[in-house]
Structures are given as structure tokens and as C-alpha cells.
Design a binder for this molecule. Structure first.
Ligand SMILES: Nc1ncnc2c1ncn2[C@@H]1O[C@H](COP(=O)(O)OP(=O)(O)OP(=O)(O)O)[C@@H](O)[C@H]1O
Length: 560
């Protein structure tokens, strides 16, 4: 299972996410520069205009009216260009970075796979690959740059107002920036969090229930449970609506408070300016320029105060993604070990437990090229676990798994996968053509080889009946591939992969006796040059084994 780590703080998440952006951090920098210059130009329009008025009022200025006019118009035009640049950078970050992140996450998953992705985890992983990565777009494109822009623009404005107009006015602006850009986000994020968390909980619950109902609609109809199910959907939908209203109410309140505070601080700076002018501490021209600069400088901090609604969710997504990236695989891949060409397998005194639950105790068995070894035992006794350990999905607790006399922990993972293939109880069929689904086992296989593998798995005739034969898309068949057909495609993949060891977990559990006979004949023929380890409940399947081991409550004994 993915381990639950300690929650990280917001700053730590932000820092790590920026590191994760790697070489794309420079595009974020570009967006920040574009944003800062853009806002300064926007503020420049009223400021240069008011400097013109200051000049009219007799304020000495080293600029002519013409130059002030050019600067005012120039700022207006540049504002548009810079805004475009900022938006372009943000969108570039959003799309490029999401692609880079998906790639990184996929790599992390490949190392964790398959042990840590057992079925319990799939839902969380799929959510991460879709919703969480999308949410991070908000972080990179709409969180980092607004915060940096707000800090830089506010500092520039404080310096301008302080140096040109008055440090008292700068102080009033400073308090305004702090209240709008820091205090309101902090207070409202605390208040928005519970309603945001409750909303997301209801949303997930509703979605899960609804999708589950759609998937299970056949069983709902067969059990005449439709009205009860529809009633529950209605109840959950109403609960979701209530939470949506509460959540929207909280964010509307925060937005209203921000607007109110902006108006209050504009008034405060206006009254402070008039007061300073009346006290003779400021000329009319400098007062107008200072107050105009403050009036137009709240845009960046308003953008920051609008963030908290998304921020909690963004950080939660970032936290989950960082957890996945830092997750240790159940068995570290071996890259500096030995390679081998399979001849023999010896399992000695092998013990293994999943967390608390002990599954295998002092298990020993042998198998070599040319043999079919059967494993039987009641459901849940650890047969599949033993096969997974032979592929090092999990790290054994004690004992040895020796391939050609070398322990599995000292064999390169690549070499192990070249030598050992497993057909598990459920085969996943990708939404590609049947040929592509098979070819993944041997990318350069000829069509003849593919067809031969399918004949051995007794699935060739079925494929030839499909509308486009091997070129039929599995997706076009919908859910119409039976469990047995999928199982035989899985088997054909294993035959095509042609590795010396084939681990078969219930290979005939879903096929009829005619197909079972064909498959068993193929397996028997394959054994000449291979080692086949066969798990099955069926006595008819076990009949082809040279040796049979029985597992019972974790211990093994040779049955024949
Ligand atoms: N990833 C896992 N985490 C924790 N427990 C697991 C995991 N996989 C299997 N188990 C448990 O280990 C035990 C052995 O499971 P395993 O799948 O090896 O049995 P099996 O003999 O192959 O059963 P079946 O014949 O029904 O396929 C079961 O109790 C199962 O619930």
C-alpha cells in the first residue's frame, strides 16, 4: 500500500513543487517578469497622467508634457503586450509542465508497479493521474506567479509613493497590501477550508456512488433495486447541492470582504493625502500622484486574495503527488546484479508476510527446464503470492529463490523479466487492435509468430471471426470479450514472449473443456524447452504436471 506520510506544510509543498518543475522554472520566471512589468505599466497610465496634472500645478518635473503623454500611451500599449507575454508563459507552463509531470509520475509508477498498485490503490492512482495533475496547473500557472508579482509590484509602489510623495502615504498603502494580500487570504483560507473539504467529500461520495450505480446497473435491475438506488442518488445529490451553496457562500463572502477593504484603503489613503496636504507636509501635485499610484496598485494583491479557494485543494494534490514520487517500491529494481539464461529454479525455506499477515512459511520447491510443476491449494493459501515472489514483485522476508544458483535479489530485474513471464488470473486488454495487444509481448514479432502463439492459446479461430480479425480494436468490442477470451489472449502473449519460465495462474479457469484440452496440449508441447509452473484448482489441468506441490495455510508439501 502507498504509505501515509506526514502532511507537509504549504511552504514546503510550494518549494518542492518548484524543484519538480526543474528546467521549466525559467518560464515561471518569465511569467513573473511579464506580470510585474505589465502591472507596473497598468499603474503607469494613471501615474504619468497624474504627474502631468502635478506639472500643471507647478510641480518641477524633468519631463515635458509631450514626453508624459508618450509615456502614458506607451504604458497602455505595453500593458497589453506584456499581459499577452505573461498569459502565454502561463499557458506554456501549464501544458508543458503537465506533460513533464505526467511523465515523471508514470516513471515513478513503473518502479512501484505492480506490488504497490494492487487493486485497493488503483482508484487513488487514477485520481492522481487525472484530477491531481490538472489541479497542479493551478499552482504553476495561477499561484506561483501571482504571489511573486504581488510582492514585487507592491514593493515597487511603496518605494515610488514613499520617495516621490510621502512615507505616510506609503505606510497606509503598506497596511492595505498586508490586509488584502496576507490577512484576508489567511483568515479566509481558515474559514474556506472546512466548507471546501466538506464539498470535496460530498462530491467524491456522490461521484463514486453514481458511477458505481451506472457500472452495476444490470445487477440493480435484476435485483429490482432501482427505486431505492435512485432515492439514494437523489439524497446524495441534495447533500452535494447544500455543500456547494455553503462553499460558494464562503468564497463570495471572502471576495466581498476583499472589495470592501480595497475601497476602505483607497479612502484612507485619499484622506491621508488630503490631511498631509492641509498640514503643509505635501504639495498638491505630489499628493495627487501618490494617491493615484495607490488607487491603481491593488490589482496584484486582489489576485492573491482570490487564491485561497483553490489553494487548499492545490496543496492537497501537490502533497499526494509528492508522496507518490517519494514512495519506495516494494522491491527496489536491481540494476547492478547478474544476468542469466534459465536452467533451474530452487526455492529454499521461503517465508513472506504482507504487513502483519503471514502468507508463506518455510516453502521449498525445485523446478528445471523441461518440467511442468503444479501447485494446488485452497483459495487464499498463497499460491499467487508465491508466483509473484518468483518475479520479485515483493521482496521476500527470508529464505532463498535461486535461479541457476543465484539468489533473485542479486539478479538484474531486466534479466529476470526476460527469463520469467506470468499470466495472471485477469488479463488487461488495452483499447488498441488485437494485434497491438499481442505484440506488446514481442514488439518485432512477425504476423506468423503472432498467429502461431494464438493457435497455441486456442484463440486464433476466435480472432479470425472478429469483424477485422487481428486488426479489430478491442474497444470496439466493448465489454464483449469473455473472461475466457481475455485469458487466452493473455496466454498467447506469454507464448509469444517465449521466455524460458512461464508462470501460469489458473490458465484454464474460464475456458471450456475443448479449449482447455487445446491449451494443455500446447503447454505440454512447450515444456520441451521451458519450465512451466502451473497453479490450478482443476484436477484435469494438474494431470499434465510432472510434479505437484500442495500449499496449505502457508506451508508446502510435495503431493506427487
Ligand atoms: N497485496 C496484498 N496485500 C495484503 N494481503 C494480500 C495481498 N495480496 C494477497 N493478500 C492476501 O494474501 C493471502 C494469499 O493470497 P493469494 O492471492 O496468494 O492466494 P491464492 O492461493 O492465490 O488464492 P486464489 O486461489 O483465490 O487465487 C490472502 O489472504 C490474500 O487476502
Amino acid at each position: 500500500m502507498l504509505e501515509k506520510k506526514e502532511r507537509r506544510g504549504g511552504v514546503s509543498i510550494m518549494a518542492r513543487l518548484i524543484v519538480l518543475a526543474g528546467s521549466l522554472a525559467w518560464v515561471i520566471l518569465l511569467a513573473v517578469i511579464g506580470g510585474v512589468l505589465g502591472f507596473l505599466c497598468a499603474i503607469g497610465v494613471p501615474v504619468f497622467g497624474s504627474l502631468g496634472i502635478a506639472k500643471l500645478l507647478g510641480e518641477p518635473l524633468p519631463l515635458t508634457y509631450g514626453q508624459l503623454m508618450v509615456l502614458t500611451v506607451g504604458c497602455g500599449v505595453l500593458r497589453g503586450v506584456l499581459r499577452l507575454g505573461e498569459q502565454y508563459s502561463n499557458h506554456y507552463i501549464a501544458f508543458k509542465l503537465l506533460a513533464v509531470l505526467r511523465d515523471k509520475i508514470f516513471r515513478a509508477l513503473r518502479i512501484l508497479c505492480p506490488a504497490k498498485l494492487e487493486s485497493k490503490q488503483k482508484g487513488a492512482i487514477i485520481a492522481m493521474l487525472t484530477a491531481d495533475i490538472e489541479t497542479l496547473e493551478v499552482f504553476y500557472a495561477h499561484t506561483v506567479s501571482p504571489v511573486c508579482i504581488a510582492v514585487l509590484v507592491s514593493l515597487s509602489m511603496l518605494l515610488f509613493v514613499g520617495l516621490y510623495s510621502s512615507w505616510y502615504l506609503a505606510l497606509a498603502a503598506f497596511i492595505g497590501y498586508l490586509v488584502i494580500g496576507v490577512a484576508i487570504p489567511l483568515v479566509s483560507s481558515g474559514k474556506l477550508r472546512p466548507s471546501g473539504v466538506a464539498y470535496r467529500r460530498e462530491f467524491a461520495s456522490f461521484n463514486g456512488y453514481f458511477l458505481d450505480s451506472v457500472k452495476g446497473v444490470k445487477d440493480i435491475v435484476l435485483n429490482n433495486a432501482g427505486p431505492a438506488r435512485a432515492g439514494e442518488v437523489e439524497v446524495r445529490s441534495e447533500r452535494l447541492q447544500e455543500q456547494t451553496a455553503l462553499s460558494k457562500h464562503a468564497s463570495a463572502l471572502a471576495a466581498g470582504t476583499t472589495e470592501l477593504c480595497v475601497s476602505v484603503f483607497i479612502m484612507i489613503s485619499l484622506f491621508a493625502g488630503i490631511g498631509l496636504y492641509s498640514a503643509g507636509m505635501l504639495t498638491a501635485g505630489r499628493m495627487i500622484a501618490g494617491v493615484a499610484a495607490i488607487f491603481s496598485s491593488f490589482g496584484p494583491v486582489i489576485a492573491v486574495s482570490a487564491l485561497p479557494g483553490n489553494l487548499t485543494q492545490t496543496f492537497a494534490s501537490g502533497d499526494r503527488i509528492l508522496d507518490l514520487m517519494e514512495e519506495k517500491p516494494a522491491a527496489e529494481p536491481v540494476t547492478d546484479g547478474r544476468t542469466f539464461e534459465f536452467e533451474s529454479l530452487e526455492v529454499r525455506d521461503l517465508s513472506f508476510c504482507y504487513e502483519e499477515e503471514e502468507v508463506l512459511r518455510h516453502v521449498s520447491l525445485t523446478a528445471r527446464r523441461g518440467e511442468i510443476v503444479g501447485i494446488v491449494g485452497p483459495s487464499g493459501c498463497g499460491k499467487s503470492t508465491l508466483l509473484k515472489l518468483l518475479l520479485r514483485f515483493w521482496k521476500k522476508d527470508s529464505g532463498e529463490i535461486l535461479y541457476n544458483g543465484t539468489d533473485i535479489d542479486r539478479i538484474n530485474s531486466e534479466s529476470l523479466l526476460d527469463n520469467v513471464t506470468m499470466v495472471s488470473q485477469s488479463t488487461y486488454i488495452f483499447d488498441e487492435t488485437i494485434e497491438q495487444n499481442l505484440r506488446m509481448a514481442k514488439p518485432n514479432a512477425s504476423m506468423e509468430e503472432i498467429a502461431r502463439a494464438c493457435r497455441k492459446a486456442s484463440v486464433h479461430d476466435f480472432i479470425m471471426q472478429l469483424p477485422e480479425g487481428y486488426q479489430t480494436r478491442a474497444g470496439a468490442l466493448g465489454d464483449n470479450l469473455s473472461a475466457g477470451e481475455k485469458q487466452r489472449i493473455g496466454l498467447a502473449r506469454a507464448f509469444l514472449h517465449d521466455s524460458p519460465v512461464i508462470l501460469l495462474d489458473e490458465p484454464t479457469s474460464n475456458v471450456d473443456s475443448i479449449n482447455e484440452g487445446i491449451i494443455l496440449r500446447s503447454i505440454r508441447r512447450e515444456r520441451q524447452n521451458k519450465c512451466i509452473i502451473l497453479v490450478s484448482h482443476r484436477a484435469s489441468t494438474m494431470a499434465i504436471a510432472d510434479r505437484v506441490y500442495a500449499i496449505d495455510r502457508g506451508t508446502i508439501r510435495k503431493e506427487r
